[in-house]
Design a protein around this ligand. Sequence first.
Ligand code: FAD
Length: 445
Amino acid sequence: MTSPSLVWFRDDLRLADNPALRAAIDRGEPVIALYVLDEESPGIRPLGGAARWWLHHSLASLDERLRERGGALVLRRGAAGHVVREAVADVGAGAVFWNRRYGGAEREIDSSLKSALRAEGLEVASFAASLLHEPRTVTTGSGTHYSVFTPFWRACLALPAPRAPLPEPRTVDGPDHVPASDALDDWDLLPTRPDWAGGLRDTWEPGEPAARRRLTEFLAHDLPSYDRARDEPAAGATSLLSPRLRWGEISPFTVWHEAVGVDGAGGFLSELGWREFAWHTLYHSPDLATRNLRREFDAFPWPPLDPAHLEAWQHGETGVPLVDAGMRELWHTGYMHNRVRMVVASFLVKNLLIDWRLGEEWFWDTLVDADEANNPFNWQWVAGSGADAAPYFRVFNPELQAKKFDPQGLYISQWASEAPTEPIVDLGETRKAALAAYDEVKRAP
Ligand code: FAD
């Protein structure tokens, strides 16, 4: 009798540097890979449309790679706490392994599952694989967590270096009989009516091999100019690794170790530091997507929502060229350059006076890298309510930003040549109104 090892894949859709998979292989019993589409557990945020598209293709790629090595991916759907136990019973698993997650609801599910399975006599182990440093290990001198990035990152850099990545397994021995699995197509992750994913298909190749290739290409060609050109949306100077890191097609340990020896990599590595900071912040504040981190912002007097303004922003029809270019890039590709994300977010929150949570939701639905920590963290950063946030009175001027970072108008003409040219609001007037509204936050007790 064999007692297979179950590897529960989550945000780690890769074979290389996957400690849970490694533990299962080392145990020496047949390995069963499981992915659960959980849209039922309370507190689990349903994926947005662009994320579902990415997930479909990334799972297809992972399945193919497992098959090439002798394994296969089993797909199940439902509340994970229940579905994983059912899968364990179906296959007679003797051990379950996974890589850790850091969202509040996810941690609850995982820890109660761990206790339940252990109580049934199974071997269960979880591993650090998606953050360079476990949130519990980065603390201030007085044992609290950091709320300012620079000392946070300094503390990270003073810790022992992130562990070396694990090599990719050459074989993954599956069971003689592969357990029942849903068909990926039946999950309807891809849009059909209408199929709006053409721009995503033209832009991206999800899956571990493409992620790996992109890292190599970035390190060889783009990293040397990263610090100089990373703020220019037309320069193509950034890594485009965000969806790959989001889905765990490549591990931050791999990125770190391959970049750290390269001359001038400090700026790029500190962006990975912002990713760590956002996740550590979510770990300590699980309601990051819904609540102002700085509670005094609860007093912000948001005016009644003007739906026409929100729609103009979503569709890139505000008449402000850089904003429209960004929103159109997002709609077409599922991605937007970081500088432009800051500009469009500032415009929504401070020129249209629309609550950051509505912008965050739109990004959540349309970004292929929509990330439970990075997205709300950065929205709160722009809105002024977040950790180490931009001061509220720093209202990005989209015209000056365009002059500075898109001086030849290349980005704007690529994405917004057809956009309206009359702004829907006066930038100066709305800026004043935003600063006046902010006075209420300053007066809040
Ligand atoms: P690079 O410049 O090559 O950076 C390397 C990696 O560092 C990125 O892949 C990403 O994992 C991380 N990183 C870079 N900048 C940040 C940052 N400001 N915060 C956290 N991590 C960072 N990033 C997401 O991954 N998912 C999101 O949902 C997301 N939403 C955002 C919303 C707003 C309003 C803003 C202003 C930023 C958001 N970002 C988000 C951060 C950032 O814009 C993207 O990570 C970056 O543009 C991705 O491109 P890149 O991989 O080429 O970045």
